[in-house]
Ligand binder design. Sequence first.
Ligand code: HEC
Ligand code: HEC
Length: 466
Amino acid sequence: MKNNIPKITAIVVFSFFFLKGTIDLDNLFNYANQTVPNYITKDNTPGNNAIDDKIATLGRVLFYDKNLSNNNTIACASCHQQAFAFSDPLTTSLGLNGGNTGRHSMRLVNSRFADEVKFFWDERATSLEDQVTQPIQDHVEMGFSGTNGDPDFSALITKLSAITYYQNLFEFAFGDQTITEARMQLALAQFVRSIQSFDSKFDVGLQAANGNVGPNFGNFTADENLGKRLFLDPPNRGGAGCAGCHRPPEFDIDPNSLNNGIIGVANGTGVDLTNTRSPSLRDLVNPNGDLNGPLMHDGSLTTLLAVIDHYNAIPNNAANTNLDQRLNPPGQGNQNLNLTNDEKTALEAFLKTLTGTDVYTNEKWSDPFDSNGNINLVGSTLSTQEHLFGKNVLLYPNPAKDFMNLSVEQGNYEVAISNQLGQLVLVQSVLGTQKLDVSKLNSGVYLLKIVDRDSKRTFNIKFIKQ
Ligand code: HEC
Ligand code: HEC
């Protein structure tokens, strides 16, 4: 038995590398029909962009592709990292030329499940579709701005149009190879909307309570239940009033919210009154309880207790003309909740119940590129279909990179591949469907000869090795 262990390890490692970097178009991940709990009712999906597995798969590739930046160093995922709930642990994120973003990167978990359709901290994008190509056109972030000496978006389209996997993926997703900004918006928005997290302790409790958020949850500690009550109840009933703006069970922001008294500028001086949106408060911390990144638009709060302390006593600042009235009740001065230390700890414990686990590791939202930055598409839709010997012969993908599948209806065949000099490079028997390992061949055009062993007839198919 002992002797087998290294062998098994080798196989596991090998298949991991094979999977990484490969997208099987015949076996897509489920993006379109994921389970959403029945108590989740908010959804900002527009009528013309319901999630489709093919288009979301293209969106995943775009999201992780550094080709979307002018110098091939930055992808969306550079600043929206899966391990941090699609945010960035840095206060501000690094763009393509070493510049820093003006604000903290936002978590993208559950962006779909919200009434608010505007995006960014200051809501300057009118929809998610509108938002997703703005970073590409930002001089600091991805550098196709058309200003400051940057190329413009049409240069990006020309660049992507020359990449084989985009020719295949756009055709697969939209029916032809044309790349447009509108198609990129649809695909990126679908991928972002697919990122969902509903396996938290809170969800287990809410499910058991038949979607009724008010009563104590059976699976919560006393602290977590106290924290939940404080979160839900308004200040005039002894609560902290959080739910007025961060509305359960989605914990999306009230579209009418004004700013919350955080008016600083990230890594800088001055005031910024314009930030009135928050991402969902789900997954503020990771499954170990550590923050997924500093909080607020300026990344100025680095613990949950600092957040609670902020709301406990909203600082007075005459310059803040955009403070939400709920935090500045008429005639009472700025909100002062007088929370005890125990209450603060309870509120913190409750916020930690909003974290799931799946979203941090599920492969459907992970980097599809291999360590060399390549993607290998396989699948029958990328096929060369021929009618030989009166039978269907399917060869896919063509062009091929590592493997090619040859599927022949009934019979007993031999396959011989030769290069353009006529030299034989591979011979293999074929029964039904066969995988041909072409990984060691040099790039180029090859001739694949299929010999029907019974009738001795021979047929040729050209294929391209990438
Ligand atoms: C250089 C870092 C960086 C890159 C690259 C980047 N983002 Fe962002 N993203 C940010 C920052 C910072 C914000 C908040 C900016 C603001 O509000 O002014 C943000 C905000 C967002 C939001 C708004 C979320 C919300 O809840 O309002 C979405 C969606 C988003 N990014 C998606 C993307 C996509 C898609 C890409 C790739 C095309 C991308 N980002 C590339 C840093 C980045
Ligand atoms: C009046 C509306 C309002 C109320 C009430 C409110 N918030 Fe907020 N909250 C916001 C806004 C707006 C932001 C984004 C502010 C920014 O970054 O400038 C925010 C941001 C946050 C963030 C940071 C999110 C992130 O991704 O960085 C946390 C955490 C938070 N609030 C928790 C709470 C808690 C806990 C309470 C109750 C004690 C509460 N909020 C009450 C409006 C509100």
